[in-house]
Design a protein around this ligand. Structure first.
Ligand code: FAD
Length: 551
């Protein structure tokens, strides 16, 4: 029998964060092996071919949160990463035949808002500056390692403190408000026009298990605001070749530094002896040894399935069982025979909506009613829909003359009160199509193929527990030093030599590669300071959660 392979670091999962982590580690000289269970890399950042000749970003579809620093450091452009800015940011058609266009340029957006409400237009200019300032404060914290709440991590607190020291009292107040307020209350402080509020509230819903009136939804809105594309703050971009091209670029960068990447290699368990991880066992019984193991899988999967309760302090098991990962996101991918034209687009408004994100969100009340259905276990009778037509920007994704429409929608609960997704999948998909047809006449007739990915489908295909696109809800008790659980938010775990690097760690979900980067930095710090990570060292450092976590 062949000797088991042995590496410095084994990375479980070839999602974009696992790949980013591998690339940073390999770049620093570590011998790295990535093991991905699917036959394709990228996890939820993937390009797939559901129908011959169509290359579809089946899950995530637009990029913004990926910092330019990562693109630079990993030389992603050398490995094929190319992105085009999506403009307008949002085009919102209404049934009365009017529309609202939101641009990256605040002055241009204000001109559009002024057609409805001059007061809201003036407020938008101030709001844009205000929200941009708060986004900057949070962006600055994205690349720090969240310190332990008990102040034991003196070094990390010094690092975080150096940033927080620059915050004024106003900054602190504004950040606390964003984390705790509802998007509806928050936007209500600035704007009066229902359509304007509805247009600005959409991102408060994305990936969230709650409506725009739920406390904390203002932060979800902010989470989607901190990004940038090519220096354009808050912009979204289309990755040429689909989102999988970004994952391939990350893989290319990792391979260029010697990383080995294996697909079709599901990991059954993390091997632990004496409180220390020493490799993984594959589903086929093979063993891949590593001095360290980093998991990009969902935290619940990593802790409960791959490690197992027997290797965890009971407080950790309790805390991870409490980790909330619910969702109502449903992706509806469509292949179209021709490009539909929005009825509200007269051509008088500057810009082409086909090149932007098209949102169906006439008011905050509309979004909240969509949520009302979901909280009682029903799919929304009128869902929130955000649509991109990628073939306008990247025609090679479909056969000549054909188009793709990728629709991110909410809500479809994981657990339906009545019936099952086996039948609801098609019903819901058709509902989304006929809703869109009201705004984009002819769309329904042009649909040639449809793929509906419900929360259980997202869980089964990508391992997104509960269908949550962020590997866990973005609420204040699950962010920063609490993500995924208090005491272990620094990418380390109670098992020495085992780390997390996926979206279930700070700063959370989205195609950003930051959790992967931060985790790699934590590993490299421990490589340089090996004594701190002798078996049991973490427990001696008092990392077992106390108080309320049942340790
Ligand atoms: C429908 C949808 C739309 C979205 N839209 C956007 C968007 O437009 N923009 C945006 O920024 N974000 C979007 N997101 C969110 C974003 O895609 C995710 O948050 C992000 O891709 C998660 O990356 P990750 O690397 O942390 O985890 P994942 O992508 O979940 O990767 C984890 C990987 O681990 C693998 N794995 C799990 N268990 C094992 C095992 N035992 N052995 C081996 N491998 C294993 C999985 O197969 C997977 O490849 C969307 C997500 C979804 C689902």
């Amino acid at each position: 029998m062949a000797e088991p392979e042995s590496w410095d670091v084994v990375v479980v999962g070839g999602g974009h964060n696992g790949l980013a982590c591998a690339a940073y580690l390999a770049r620093a000289g570590q011998r790295v092996c990535v093991l991905e269970s699917r036959d394709v890399l990228g996890g939820a950042a993937v390009t797939e071919e559901p129908w011959p000749g169509y290359r579809v970003s089946s899950a995530s579809y637009v990029v913004s949160l990926l910092p330019p620093q990562v693109v630079r450091e990993l030389r992603l452009r050398d490995f094929g990463y190319r992105v085009s800015i999506i403009e307008p940011d949002y085009y919102l058609p209404y049934k009365d035949g009017t529309s609202l266009t939101i641009w990256g340029d605040a002055a241009r957006t204000a001109e559009q808002i002024a057609l409805r409400s001059p007061a809201d237009a003036a407020a938008y200019l101030e709001f844009d500056k205000y929200f941009g300032r708060v986004a900057n404060l949070l962006r600055d914290l994205m690349t720090v390692t969240p310190p332990d709440l008990t102040l034991r991590d003196v070094l990390e607190w010094v690092r975080v403190g150096a940033r927080l020291r620059r915050w004024t009292r106003h900054d602190i107040v504004d950040v606390v408000r964003v984390f705790t307020m509802s998007a509806a209350d928050f936007l209500g402080e600035w704007f009066t026009d229902e359509k304007v509020k509805g247009a600005l509230a959409t991102q408060a819903l994305v990936g969230s298990w709650g409506g725009p009136m739920s406390p904390g939804s203002a932060y979800v809105l902010m989470h989607h605001w901190v990004g940038e594309v090519d220096g354009h703050a808050g912009a979204w971009g289309w990755v040429h070749g689909g989102m999988g091209a970004l994952s391939e670029a990350l893989a290319g960068s990792a391979r260029s530094h010697g990383a080995r990447i294996r697909t079709g290699s599901p990991v059954r368990s993390v091997l632990v002896e004496g409180g220390r991880a020493y490799g993984v066992e594959l589903a086929d019984g093979g063993v891949v040894r590593g001095r360290r193991v980093v998991s990009g899988a969902h935290p619940v999967t990593t802790y409960l399935d791959l490690v197992g309760e027997e290797h965890l302090p009971s407080g950790v098991t309790t805390a991870i069982r409490r980790y909330r990962s619910r969702s109502g996101s449903v992706k509806v991918n469509l292949a179209l025979g021709h490009l539909p034209v929005p009825s509200a687009w007269s051509g008088r408004v500057p810009g082409d909506p086909h090149r932007g994100l098209i949102s169906i969100s006439p008011s905050i009340g509309y979004l909240e009613r969509a949520w009302d259905d979901a909280k009682y276990g029903r799919t929304s009778s009128e869902p929130y829909v955000e649509l991109v037509l990628p073939t306008v920007l990247d025609p090679g994704l479909a056969p000549v003359g054909k188009h793709l429409a990728l629709c991110f929608t909410q809500f479809g609960p994981y657990q339906l009160a009545d019936g099952s997704w086996d039948t609801e999948r098609e019903v819901y998909g058709k509902r989304v199509v006929s809703l869109l047809d009201e705004y984009l006449p002819g769309l329904a007739a042009s649909v040639e193929h449809m793929e509906v990915l419900s929360p259980p489908d997202l869980e089964a295909r990508y391992g997104l527990i509960g269908g949550n696109i962020m590997h866990g809800e973005l609420s204040i008790d699950q962010m920063f030093s609490f993500r995924p659980i208090p005491g272990y938010a620094d990418y380390r775990t109670p098992v020495a030599g085992l780390y997390l690097c996926g979206s279930g760690t700070h700063p959370g979900g989205g195609v950003m590669a930051v959790p992967g980067r931060n985790a790699a930095m934590a590993v490299l710090r421990d490589v340089r300071r090996p004594r701190a990570f002798a078996p049991g060292a973490v427990l001696r450092r008092g990392r077992v959660p106390r108080g309320g976590q049942g340790a």
